[in-house]
Design a protein around this ligand. Structure first.
Ligand code: ADP
Length: 332
């Protein structure tokens, strides 16, 4: 019986004209029209909904008025919801873009920093090694400091680059089959000099014998280097013991790194996995480091479908555990 003549978010109903001879819609005279506000208590007044009848005068009945009135309320609620969803979507998109921009920025900066850092490290090494024009003791001492600090900076840059890649989802894993026991053995071997320098015993107990795993071996090595490196760094006396055994769940293995070091108080045990978090935040810190190692380690473990947790007692030592499936699941 009716034609919808206008539904708009503004009161300016462009197609509805009230003229001395009657109401006109697009040039056609209408006999009766009904307009209701599009409004709800939450949304407020959003617009007007109008219908017209071109044949019957006084057409809208009480029922029609009620019906259109409640339609106006429903329309307001629907429009309000749609606007809210649009708003949320826009905010999400903005947030995503900001995160991606940040990651891209960090990636670019890190690349730009890495090249000169490698030059500083490389040439410091050349200066220290060359025999033709030997450095004085004082000079050698200074160049050694340049080298040490250069390496620390490079480590930080690499860590930031890794985190940026993980955050932006651009960390590509290269999974392959490898001997897990061998990888742990070699990682321990490469860290042996660090342990020996502190007179710590570094041992590897393999309860599984030969095991093949399917994961990214370089990234697993990075995880282990972080954990064993920390164990050595935060232990002054005693030992660091690495263990490989089966985890409680089937087809899962467990790598444990135990130390007899300073330990971590219960209130700090969660926070140390956050970026840049270190238990000792003072500027007179005894131990160097970026505070990014465990954040990266945790992310990498999660990408291997594994989990990382720890047990520790202040002053007695810490044990970090990484449990993960032997055969990782990776998209092609
Ligand atoms: P970094 O070692 O560069 O400071 P990490 O993210 O690897 O950063 O570790 C964060 C913090 O967790 C360390 O600064 C230290 O306070 C604590 N931590 C990590 N491993 C150990 C450990 N084996 N024993 C005691 N404290 C540890």
């Amino acid at each position: 019986r009716y034609v919808l003549i206008a539904m708009g978010l503004t009161l300016g109903l462009a197609s509805l004209y009230f003229m001395p001879g009657g109401i006109f819609v697009a040039g056609i005279k209408v006999q009766s029209a009904l307009a209701v506000p599009i409004e709800s208590s939450r949304s407020g007044r959003l617009g007007v909904l109008a219908i017209a009848n071109s044949t019957l005068p006084n057409a809208p009945s009480r029922e029609d008025i009620n019906l259109l009135g409640s339609f106006g309320v429903q329309a307001a609620i629907a429009i309000g919801n749609a606007q809210l969803i649009n708003q949320i979507e826009a905010q999400n998109a903005q947030l995503l873009e900001a995160t991606q921009l940040k990651s891209q920025f960090l990636t670019n900066i890190s690349h730009e920093l890495r090249t000169p850092m490698n030059a500083i490290i490389g040439f410091s090494q050349v200066l220290l090694r060359q025999r033709k024009d030997p450095l004085t003791e004082n000079q050698a001492d200074m160049v050694e400091r340049i080298l040490r600090n250069g390496r620390t900076l490079l480590e930080l840059i690499n860590d930031i680059l890794d985190l940026a890649k993980i955050e932006s989802g651009r960390m590509d894993l290269q999974p392959e089959n490898f001997h897990l026991d061998e990888l742990i053995h070699h990682t321990c071997e490469s860290l042996q000099p660090l342990a020996s320098a502190k007179s710590l015993e570094l041992s590897f107990q393999n309860h599984l014998g030969r095991v093949t795993a399917f994961h990214d071996p370089l990234r697993l090595r990075q995880i282990l280097t972080n954990l064993i490196g920390n164990a050595i760094k935060f232990t002054d006396q005693g030992e660091v013991r690495v263990e490989l055994r089966l985890a409680d769940s089937p087809d899962q293995c467990l790598i444990a790194v135990h130390d007899t070091g300073i330990g971590i108080a219960p209130e700090h045990q969660k926070a140390i996995f956050e970026q840049f978090r270190q238990v000792d935040q003072s500027t007179t810190r005894k131990h160097s480091g970026t505070g990014l190692g465990l954040a990266i380690t945790q992310q990498l473990v999660m990408m291997m479908q594994g989990k990382i947790y720890l047990q520790s007692e202040l002053g007695k030592g810490s044990s970090f555990f990484v449990a993960f499936p032997l055969k990782g699941n990776y998209p092609d």
